[in-house]
Design a protein around this ligand. Sequence first.
Ligand code: NAD
Length: 496
Amino acid sequence: MTQQALFIIFGGTGDLAYRKLYPSLFRLYEKGYLKDNFAVIGTARRPWTNDHYHEVVMNAIADDGHEADRTNSELVRKFASHFYYQSHNVNDTEHYVALRKLADKLDEKYELKGNRIYYLAMAPRFFGTIAAHLKSEKLITDHGFNRLIIEKPFGRDLKTAKELNDAISAAFSEDQIYRIDHYLGKEAIQSIAALRFGNQVIASLWNKEHIDNIQITLAESLGVEERAGYYETAGALRDMVQNHILQIISLLTMERPRAYTAGELRDRKVEALQNIKIYSEEEARQNFVRGQYGEDADQEQQAYRNEEGTDAQSQIETFVAGKLVTTNESLAGVPIYVRTGKRLAQKSTQINVVFKNVDQNIFKSVADADAKLLQNVLTLYIEPDQGYRFDLNVKNGNQSYGTMPIHLEYHKSAAEKAKVPEAYEKLIHDALDGNRTNFAHWHEVAQAWRIVDVIRQTWDSEEAEFPNYVSGTMGPQAANELLARDHRTWVYNPNR
Ligand code: NAD
């Protein structure tokens, strides 16, 4: 369905706008979700002209993988002509008056019916002042929809997240706020619900009677790259666990929604997060380990502490592994092991659901000595691979009655993957449609901070012995011990 709206992108000259927002808006335009009735105002401090802004937008589309000559195509030019640049300092009230005048003019020119989407692609410390000015300077229309899209990080802990939420809530109601967690825009993450609730086989096994443990790995092979400034204030726990990993856990552990609607899903996810056990400091110490990368084995890649922009004594973790448990009745006590880090052996995001072994191995008496029944594992590949794998035991093909493991696998082909809308494209499309299913509700964000804050406080009170893992491995030994003490191992182990 074609939508009419004015986008006002704060931080229009930034990296996110260039790499994600402009190409996503273009794809929505190509597909007809946006047609003649839309306009974009990009604002930031730089004194750009509209013409320069059009060049930037066209370059962003070209850099996104579209063929170079697309920058000259009629479609791209027509698309870029909907973009307007307004130099703007977010702290200056005067600028909002100019912004309103331009917004009202474009509203009339493109017949946008007062529909506005404010995209805050800027550091969160500006969110409060922008939201307050949007209200006081009357950019928020009284006809049409007004939606605020905001980026992570949403605070540094519960206290700062609450302050941030109070600030934006003074101008926008919860149902107007769209908090981006771009993992929720990923096809394979959205597919968790289809897999769990669309298959009787899986739905009936998804409980503590049958699941032994769940493992979630978000592994990056790159180091901190150019993001040291941000990373030094964040670390892996805040950057990955508080948002993406806990969102994934909520989707894996929630009870079945009555329908796949934003409201139902939000309620089930909030419940799921409320059921995750909040640790005491002692429990946090026992159940979570942190790491920071050192050099690689060949000493070609440098240690985190030697990267440009990091502190030579940095206590920031580039790796986290931990064990969480839910009190949710159907999965109570099932350990959920999580792991994320930079400079790991391979880039891969995957979920491994490990099922319990059969009660009795009836083949023991007849089997070959090496015949062992392995646990069934259901693997969801999130990225870069997208697909599924199911490990089963079958007969070994020999004269004797031994068994052997096989894998049923499905992987999306490159052509199929290319057709899947990119996360930002999906999320912007949903925001245009007023569909909040794949955005994080305040209650989810707040509960995630409650879970993570204790771990952070525990770590902040003790000095870490960093670096403690070699670049190109799967993190510190302590991450393996975390499972070994439960007589388990990580299913995904590219070093093995
Ligand atoms: P960036 O530093 O590239 O861009 C920041 C933008 O804010 C620039 O356009 C800059 O001109 C503008 N700005 C700064 N101070 C200003 C002021 N006083 N008045 C007006 N404009 C001002 O940052 P980014 O990488 O684009 O990230 C933007 C937000 O998105 C951040 O919250 C970041 O955490 C989040 N985010 C970014 C990415 C990414 O891939 N870049 C991914 C996830 C989340």
